[in-house]
Design a protein. Structure first.
Length: 383
């Protein structure tokens, strides 16, 4: 009697099942840890919750309306930053479309696990739909992120100096140097494509030699990238408008937090407000929980109490109002915008990407053929 051997697919599925079980246990552990953190925060804040609830029942709705307006202004200004950077690369887009992408990407960033990854991918795909090349779309994401980080660092430094604390110069210099390095690198490539092409060709040749490949492998891809960078021209006007709208974006968000404090009857110190805002945003950028849940709230409450000189009960109420608008309300509006404007396009994205790549490749070959024909006409001996 012949013994049946185990089916290969079942043997292959065993590691997959173990991995799935391990991931399920990790999800349970993360959920229990988050629940424990919420319970601990509730126990810690319980003595002040009654006073905070009283502050919320006596809330000034005019200041709450101010919170909503300033948060909308903040997101609209960031849409202007994105629009201006696209304009510098020759990509024209309406402000309404830019702001819609900002709302959709912000909702993903706030609510999804690893939300920054989904947010970046969504923004990249939409800027490609506007006509941006892969290099331009990536450049826009990089420089807008660095500018936002620089503005946050400046706010934190200003708050720390006004509070009277010490400032680490390294934390201030690095983001500003990053902005300048990206801008000057792109402008140099735009102005000197031939020198960059020769240097890139030399590096590519060394890499191909190390990998035992033909010297010209990958040269077309390098030429395509350099050709795309040539269209990025961040002049003084575009740079000035980009920085101006970035400042408006950050200051409007700070104003939203300040109005939240006024809404619950608090009168925060400006220095402490800036410091608390910068610290909360910095903590929220660490992917510990979607939207920085719990950690951002705890940071706001602690620093509004210690640095902004308001009571603990008022800090709890102000943090609740600010997060209800900047987190919950923005996430709700963002997902509505996504479902209404972008959800129907998702199934078309793959075909669109293939078609876009094919069209850009054909345009690159056509431009190179035209350049070679002009060179032949200019040099009769070669012809």
């Amino acid at each position: 009697m012949k013994v049946a051997e185990p089916r290969p697919e079942r043997v292959a599925d065993a590691p997959r099942k173990r991995k799935h079980n391990r991931l399920r246990w990790l999800k349970w552990a993360a959920g229990i840890a988050l629940l424990a953190l919420l319970v601990a925060e509730g126990i810690y804040l319980w003595p002040r919750l009654h006073e905070s609830w009283q502050a919320l029942t006596e809330i000034h709705w005019g200041w709450v309306a101010g919170c909503i307006v300033t948060q909308a202004l903040s997101l609209s200004a960031f849409g202007r930053v994105q629009k201006q950077l696209m304009s510098a690369a020759g990509v024209r887009v309406r402000q309404a479309k830019s702001v819609a992408v900002i709302y959709g990407s912000t909702a993903m960033s706030l609510t999804l696990p690893a939300g920054q990854v989904f947010s970046t991918a969504f923004t990249y795909r939409q800027t490609r739909r506007w006509g941006a090349s892969p290099v331009v779309a990536s450049w826009q994401l990089a420089i807008s992120g660095v500018i936002a980080a620089s503005g946050l660092a400046l706010l934190g430094v200003a708050g720390a100096l006004l509070v009277g604390g010490s400032v680490n110069t390294f934390t201030l210099v690095v983001p500003i140097a990053g902005v300048l390095a990206i801008v000057f690198a792109v402008r140099y490539v735009s102005a000197h494509p031939s020198s960059i092409r020769s240097a890139a060709g030399w590096v590519l040749g060394k890499i191909n030699n190390f990998r035992n490949q033909a010297p010209d492998i990958g040269r077309e891809r390098v030429d395509a990238i350099i050709e795309q960078v040539r269209f990025v021209r961040l002049g003084p006007r575009d740079a000035g408008l980009t920085l101006t709208w970035s400042v408006v974006h950050r200051l409007a968000d700070v104003a939203c937090l300040g109005f939240a404090c006024y809404a619950v009857g608090a009168d925060p110190r400006l220095s402490g407000l800036l410091f608390a805002f910068a610290a909360a945003k910095a903590v929220g950028s660490v992917p510990l929980a979607p939207g920085g849940l719990v950690v951002v709230d705890a940071t706001l409450i602690a620093l509004l109490t210690s640095a902004a000189s308001i009571s603990a009960s008022q800090a709890v109420a102000a943090a609740f109002v600010y997060r209800a608008i900047s987190f919950i309300l923005v996430a709700i509006v963002g997902w509505i915008v996504f479902l209404v404007l972008f959800r129907k396009h998702q199934h078309e994205d793959l075909d669109y990407d293939f078609e876009l790549q094919r069209r850009e490749t054909s345009e690159l070959h056509a431009s190179r053929s035209d350049a070679e024909q002009r060179a032949d006409r200019a040099d009769p001996e070669t012809a």
